[in-house]
Design a protein around this ligand. Structure first.
Ligand code: NAP
Length: 265
């Protein structure tokens, strides 16, 4: 919306329907709750229905749970139909569902490669295609992709994940231009190491492979952040909430690092 200056950062979110993939845990759950707190109605999507249902049961009038694998086109279609039936057309899509498997490149087999690409990049593509018709019809929409600092730079032993997240940022940029005159913005946030299950798995992996203690492994991840700490899910959620509101209407095609300055362009 042109002229959307000096607005509270929640302006434009009241009663909008947002769908957050991977919304039952970690960063996705923090995003879902931040959007609800800003007045939106939110569908949370994940493969484990009981996990998304547990979150939605806290505020059933504002949260709706659907079970689906974002890498499965048929399941995505069914889940988006359920979302529309509950809260109407979609105005906001947060592509947050993701997995981060690690392996040295020569041990990255076709299955691991395909899984990283299908979930992180393919899921983003399928869900965006499922949501866009509603946004185009309304002439207003927000797509926010939860990429990673691994979408902006390289890291050892996560080549498939890095390739997929770089792909998410390429998709973000291309789609932002394609939709720029349609009232729809497309952006990404790029968290550094964030306090979620993915980090706990990474810590366990380092412990198993190096014999380091949990504290040592955690300190290693925190040391990569110039602020010397792990990012909190709510910090990522706050950036996403801002991108979803009217106040960020001019921000388009950007990939915003939320990582204490770990990646400087
Ligand atoms: P998390 O707690 O493991 O959340 C991932 C969520 O995605 C889970 O709720 C999971 O639910 C869902 N999910 C995974 N595969 C899915 C699929 N195929 N279809 C549908 N849902 C799926 O970890 P997180 O850290 O919050 O991750 C959220 C996003 O942040 C991911 O895209 C990740 O790459 C990104 N990220 C995380 C970090 C970090 O350090 N934590 C850093 C940078 C970027 P189900 O298992 O029930 O499907």
């Amino acid at each position: 919306m042109v002229g959307a200056v000096n607005q509270p950062t929640t302006a434009g979110l009241q009663d909008r329907h947002a769908l957050v993939t991977g919304g039952g845990s970690g960063i996705g759950a923090a995003i879902a709750l931040a959007l609800v707190a800003a007045g939106a109605r939110v569908t949370v999507l994940g493969r484990r229905l009981e996990v998304v249902q547990a979150l939605a049961s806290n505020q059933p009038e504002r949260l709706h749970a659907v079970g689906a694998d974002v890498a499965d086109a048929g399941q995505v279609t069914t889940a988006f139909a359920s979302a529309r039936e509950r809260f109407g057309p979609l105005a906001i899509l947060v592509n947050n569902a993701g997995q981060a498997a690690s392996a040295p490149f020569l041990k990255t087999d076709a299955e691991l490669w395909r899984q990283m690409i299908d979930v992180n990049l393919g899921g983003t593509m399928l869900c965006t295609q499922a949501a866009l018709p509603d946004m185009l019809a309304a002439g207003w929409g927000r797509v926010v992709n939860v990429a990673s600092t691994a979408g902006l730079t390289g890291y050892t032993y996560v080549s498939a994940y890095c390739a997929a997240k770089h792909g998410v940022i390429g998709l973000t940029r291309a789609l932002a231009l394609e939709l720029a005159r349609k009232g729809i913005t497309v952006n990404a946030v790029c968290p550094g190491y964030t306090e979620t299950e993915i980090l706990r798995e990474s810590i366990a992996n380092v412990m198993a492979k190096t014999g380091r203690s949990a504290e040592e492994a955690r300190a290693g991840f925190a040391a990569g952040n110039p602020q010397g700490r792990i990012v909190q899910p709510e910090e990522v959620a706050d950036a996403v909430r801002w991108l979803c509101g009217n106040a960020a209407a001019a921000v388009n095609g950007q990939s915003i690092p939320v990582c204490g300055g770990e990646v400087l362009k």
